[in-house]
Write a protein that binds this ligand. Structure first.
Ligand code: URA
Ligand code: CA
Length: 434
């Protein structure tokens, strides 16, 4: 086989066979095809697209390029959750212990944050002592014993995707639905999930800016799941504004504890409950979304969800006392309140800009490997549609670097627009694909 022929085939809008796709991915991963040929092929895919069969074949070739985690010795249906990325998206920290408390084993490999979106592993590491790197034996042992284990994603998972993603990043081929879908699904499949729930974010702060594109991406991923025997359900959720109130690592741990305690931001709680109830259905622990919801709400109300979070933190070496005393989490030396100067209705809150303000405060990385300030970030105090008076508190900013506060405050104000007339509240849940 020759790379040139496969580039020609895709360029001319023809379908590649599964064998051809497997050969291409394998040869590229092993350095037998140069970056310029792979780049040309990716650009051809960008313009010509891929059939469902080709997309599934690409997914499996990338999944099988490295370790395929086998969780078959853990009883139960392992359901993994993936978010396409948002701001103040504390859902994993809430959903993982909540679903585990309901009896569905939650085995998660999570990433670190890059740019204005946060990563679950960084958030968990703000808990003193927490170990986010578990070896295979410990991961499986914890999963069996507590129904929950979360570890950083090893480089042995879907290495082909790592290499191809880096190439896409610099060749303007990120924004291709079959390439995004296969990239996400390959990692979930290699990480050992039996079934997958996808939180596809839609809106100004998301990858997918509109509902039509989000549905296309969701359908492509659900179809891959069908074709490779890993049932997948997608929920489209709004990222027109930050989901929760907290953005920043220890601040989001605190917010997750609030939600698990039955308090906290209603929008974040609702999205967590909807995703978690779908996970109970996939995991065979609920028949309908309604019965799933009832079960989940009772686990929050009777304290079992928070108890599971406490147990999980302790099992991974973290100081579980943070649950009752959030002052044990890293605290920022400096804080400032951002105050509104004109009254009206909140029309827009640009989630990407708010995320950028939090990153500037030290909560996020501008480049891979950068050290972050685990205490830094911000807590929002307004939502779209809300009427706010002059001098209303918009947000509180936190940082260990006092010089960052002023610019972050300006960025935050620029992220919010205020209008005279009433504003419709955007819907939180935009649809389901299954
Ligand atoms: N997230 C991924 O993992 N891959 C993509 O291609 C896009 C988002
Ligand atoms: Ca289905």
């Amino acid at each position: 086989m020759h790379a040139t022929n496969l580039i020609i085939k895709k360029r001319d809008g023809l379908e590649l066979t599964n064998t051809e796709i497997a050969w291409l991915i394998n040869a590229y991963t092993h350095g037998e095809i140069p970056d310029y040929q792979m780049s040309a092929w990716l650009m051809a895919v960008f313009f010509q697209g891929m059939s469902a069969r080709e997309t599934a074949a690409l997914t499996m070739s990338m999944a099988e390029s490295g370790d395929m985690v086998d969780l078959s010795q853990v009883p139960g249906i392992k359901v993994d959750k993936h978010s396409t990325g948002g701001v103040a998206d504390t859902t994993t920290l809430v959903i993982a212990p909540l679903v585990a408390a309901a009896g569905v084993p939650v085995a998660k490999m999570s990433g670190r944050g890059l740019g204005f979106t946060g990563g679950t592993i960084d958030k968990l590491e703000s808990i003193p002592g927490f170990k986010a790197t578990l070896d295979r034996e410990k991961f499986i042992a914890n999963l069996k014993k507590y129904n929950i284990a979360i570890t950083g994603q090893s480089t042995a998972i879907a290495p082909a995707d790592g290499k191809i993603y880096a190439l896409r990043d610099v060749t303007a081929t990120i924004e291709s639905i079959p390439l995004i879908a296969s990239s996400i699904m390959s990692k979930k499949i290699a990480a050992g999930a039996d079934k997958i729930i996808l939180d596809v974010k839609v809106g100004s702060g998301a990858f997918m800016k509109n509902k039509a594109d989000a549905i296309k991406l969701a359908k492509t991923m659900v179809r891959i799941g069908e074709l490779v025997g890993r049932e997948t359900v997608a929920v489209l959720t709004s990222m027109e504004e930050p989901l929760g109130t907290a953005i920043g690592n220890s601040l989001e741990i605190k917010e997750a504890i609030e939600i698990l305690s039955g308090r906290g931001e209603a929008a974040l709680r609702e999205v967590c409950l909807i995703l978690a109830s779908q996970m109970l259905i996939l995991g065979g622990k609920a028949q309908t979304p309604e019965s799933g919801l009832t079960k989940l709400v009772s686990l929050i109300d009777n304290g079992q969800a928070l108890a599971k979070f406490t147990e999980f933190v302790a099992a991974q070496g973290g100081n579980a006392a943070v649950v009752n005393n959030i002052n044990l989490l890293p605290q920022a030396k400096f804080s400032v309140e951002v105050i509104n100067d004109c009254e009206g209705y909140v029309r827009t809150i640009d989630a990407a800009k708010v995320g950028y303000a939090a990153m500037h405060l030290g909560a996020g990385r501008e480049y891979k490997g950068q050290t972050i300030d685990l205490a830094a970030g911000l807590v929002m105090n307004c939502r779209i549609g809300q009427y706010i008076s002059q001098n209303h508190l918009l947000a509180t900013l936190y940082s260990n670097d006092e010089t960052k506060l002023e610019l972050a405050g300006l960025l935050l104000k620029q992220a919010i627009t205020i209008d005279r007339g009433p504003v419709d509240i955007p819907p939180l849940i935009l649809g389901f694909v299954d």
